[in-house]
Design a protein around this ligand. Structure first.
Ligand SMILES: Nc1ncnc2c1ncn2[C@@H]1O[C@H](COP(=O)(O)OP(=O)(O)OP(=O)(O)O)[C@@H](O)[C@H]1O
Length: 253
């Protein structure tokens, strides 16, 4: 049944969404269809509502008004098809945990986490580490990795349950330009199999890899980047990101 649903419905469908934490609306009249194998980036100013939208899609924030469907299903948190890499992942770097153990923490079944991992789970963890080019670090302590390497391990952890959609909230914050490029290259490779939705402030880098973009500042502006992709690939590294962001906020391409 799931296989049928996966084929006929969009991974994410949002209709007439309004959301507020307190009195003021943080998101207004959001409508969005994310199609199979889209690589969608969410851009916008600080406080514009990007993380709020991702948390609504993942079911962490409860819906106030409007509708979100994941593969046609209403309750996102019940669907085992979403991997989520949150903005601030609290991994205690002083805790002597290995990379492979961090990946296996992506196990949905809590009982398995406490009663040890099976050989197949270790094999699975190595497979997902290979997908993010981190297999050789499987036995390393997470504390010994660079910020960019650690972020790729967290992506592997989110991949552990074979998601069809991967949501990432600023995976490249505080990561240098080459680590940042490696992460987006990893996401581009993963995108051959799964739908990617990523919040980013690295506008010029992410636009080279994404196929669609939305600009969110309470309201949403949608951009299909496929026709512009070559322009972004050849973009000067000295492009003004603020101007680019303003342009995406105003234009409707
Ligand atoms: N738990 C919360 N309770 C009340 N207000 C919140 C909460 N989380 C976020 N907000 C407010 O909602 C608005 C949108 O916040 P959100 O974190 O979604 O923005 P963002 O676009 O992700 O910002 P940034 O780029 O800085 O991460 C902000 O005004 C923020 O202060």
């Amino acid at each position: 049944m799931w296989q049928e649903q996966l084929q006929i419905t969009n991974p994410i469908s949002i209709k007439k969404l309004f959301f507020k934490y307190e009195k003021e609306f943080v998101l207004e009249d959001i409508n969005l269809e994310v199609k199979d194998k889209d690589f969608l980036t969410i851009l916008g100013p600080n406080g514009g509502g990007k993380s709020t939208l991702l948390k609504l899609i993942f079911g962490i924030n409860p819906l106030n008004q409007g509708d979100i469907k994941i593969f046609g299903n209403k309750i996102a948190s019940e669907i085992p098809y979403i991997g989520y890499v949150p903005q601030n992942t609290n991994i205690n770097l002083n805790f002597p945990i290995s990379v492979i153990e961090v990946v296996m923490m992506g196990q949905n079944d809590i009982k398995k986490r406490f009663f040890g991992y099976k050989k197949e789970e270790k094999i699975k963890a190595l497979e997902v580490l290979e997908k993010v080019n981190m297999k050789e670090f499987a036995s390393s302590k997470i504390s010994n990795l660079s910020g960019g390497q650690r972020q790729r391990v967290l992506i592997a952890r989110a991949l552990f349950c074979n998601p069809k959609i991967l949501l990432l909230d600023e995976p490249t914050s505080n990561i240098d330009i080459s680590g940042c490029e490696q992460i987006y290259q990893t996401l581009e490779n993963l995108n051959k199999e799964i739908t990617i939705v990523v919040i980013s402030h690295d506008i010029s880098v992410v636009l080279k890899h994404a196929t669609k973009a939305v600009y969110i500042n309470k309201r949403l502006t949608y951009h299909d980047l496929s026709k512009m992709k070559d322009d972004f690939k050849n973009m000067s590294p000295h492009v003004c990101e603020i101007e680019l962001l303003e342009m995406l906020g105003k234009c409707k391409c």
